[in-house]
Ligand binder design. Structure first.
Ligand SMILES: *Cc1c(COP(=O)(O)O)cnc(C)c1O
Length: 408
């Protein structure tokens, strides 16, 4: 039976029988898995039999979450990691070799930007381009380019990558297209629709949603032809070609690097995922109303939110995503101190997180983008007064009242 987004998540645990007719996948805390027939243990090691060997390479609770994420992204397989950064690092470590080139959006999550900077000192060659322009992406491609990496809605300035055209370009050029879908979540957007081969999600954000567990995921959509990818090790060609990529990401990212998602956070993230659609509808509805209120306020100089008509990718965002998301950035009128403003907010919390049920605010240039320096901030369009807002699911009247009194 073909079911809708939320129904599918809610009932996916029951695909396989669970002991005692439990309606949740239980938490499996064991690190080791024993076999009555030692030959079976060997078969599991060789990938000839499904099963678990040692907790660093996965456990049944995390596998249940992986199955949920696969369904949400309409993919064929998912590997979970201890954090979103773990998922990105595993993907790059597993799939790239020294000298390989990557075209990346220059509008990146701050820590991804930092990681790519590190990779550029270690033998990978990552170019940064304006991903709102497909021609810039095309111009950056070289014979050594292995993959193209973009985010859907960039944080904090909310630039929307030209996802469909970049996907067509990658398909035409036979390139692996990797989309970080964290900011939209699979409820607002499935990158598979536009030819993404791999989709990355920080589960810590909207999918988990409650700010009580870290996690990340890489999903293979099944669209990329791994037989055309030069960096698959012969050892990992023992499964059908569609699974070569995710198997190598698992082996390198989990087994070799060890950024494993433990059972307890996996369980919390799976519970959080059940209400993803409800929360996304609510927080993005709140964000649209709040953005309209702030855009009209005399003490706010600028609101960056894809749902506003003056956003450069407003139309594109409307075509791509179910809603305009719940992240925005604002600049206060000249002369106003962003710290004074943040301290006046009573409900909204000054915090570096995003994608939480609670509305959170942070002065970007002074915190998470501090380390990258003024020049790179200018390149990314980050003004010193820019405040990022991650809108939660509070009652909208309370949110507007809080911003009204703080600006007053
Ligand atoms: C938060 C975030 C990450 C990293 O996720 P963690 O779970 O915090 O490691 C990666 N990409 C984007 C777009 C993010 O917002």
């Amino acid at each position: 039976m073909k079911t809708g987004f939320t129904t599918t998540i809610l009932h996916s645990d029951l695909e396989a029988p669970i002991e005692h007719f439990s309606v949740h996948k239980p938490m499996h805390l064991a690190v080791a898995f024993g076999y009555a027939d030692a030959r079976d243990l060997a078969k599991v090691f060789k990938g000839e039999l499904p099963g678990y060997v040692y907790g660093r390479q996965g456990n049944p609770t995390t596998a249940a979450l992986e199955s949920k994420v696969t369904k949400m992204e309409d993919g064929i397989a998912t590997a979970c990691f201890s954090t979103g950064m773990g998922a990105i690092a595993a993907t790059f470590t597993a799939l790239l070799r020294a000298g390989d080139h990557v075209v990346s959006s220059s509008f990146l999550f701050g820590n991804t930007n930092s990681l790519f900077g590190t990779y550029n000192t270690q033998g990978f060659d990552i170019s940064f381009v304006d991903a709102t322009r497909v021609d810039e992406v095309a111009r950056a491609i070289r014979p050594s380019t292995r993959l193209v990496f973009v985010e859907t809605i960039a944080n904090p300035r909310t630039q929307v990558a030209d996802l469909a055209r970049i996907g067509e370009l990658c398909t035409r050029r036979g390139l692996l297209y990797v989309v970080d879908n964290t900011m939209t979540s699979p409820y607002l957007y499935q990158p598979k629709r536009h030819h993404a081969g791999l989709v990355i999600n920080s589960l810590t954000k909207y999918i988990g949603g409650h700010g009580n567990a870290l996690g990340g995921a890489v999903t293979d959509t099944g669209l990329f032809d791994w037989t055309r990818y030069s960096n698959i090790y012969d050892n990992y060609k023992n499964v059908k070609p569609a699974l070569w990529g995710i198997q190598q990401i698992r082996k390198k990212g989990l087994r070799d690097v060890g950024s494993t998602l433990a059972a307890e956070p996996a369980h919390r993230l799976a519970v959080g995922a059940e209400t993803l659609a409800l929360r996304m509808d609510k927080c993005s509805g709140n964000a649209l109303q709040l953005a309209r209120f702030l855009a009209k306020h005399p003490k706010v100089k600028k609101v960056y939110y894809p749902g506003l008509e003056d956003h450069p990718q407003h139309r594109l965002a409307g075509e791509l995503f179910k809603t305009y998301g719940a992240l925005m950035a604002i600049e206060l009128a000249d002369g106003l101190d962003c710290f004074d403003f943040l301290n006046r907010l009573k409900l909204v919390i000054s915090s570096s997180h995003l994608g939480d049920n609670r509305t959170l605010a942070i002065p970007i240039a002074h915190t998470i983008y501090w380390e990258m320096g003024a020049a790179r901030r200018a390149e990314m369009g980050i003004a010193d007064s820019l405040i990022r807002l991650s809108i939660g699911i509070e009652d909208i009247d309370d949110l507007i009242a809080d911003f009204r009194q703080a600006l007053g």
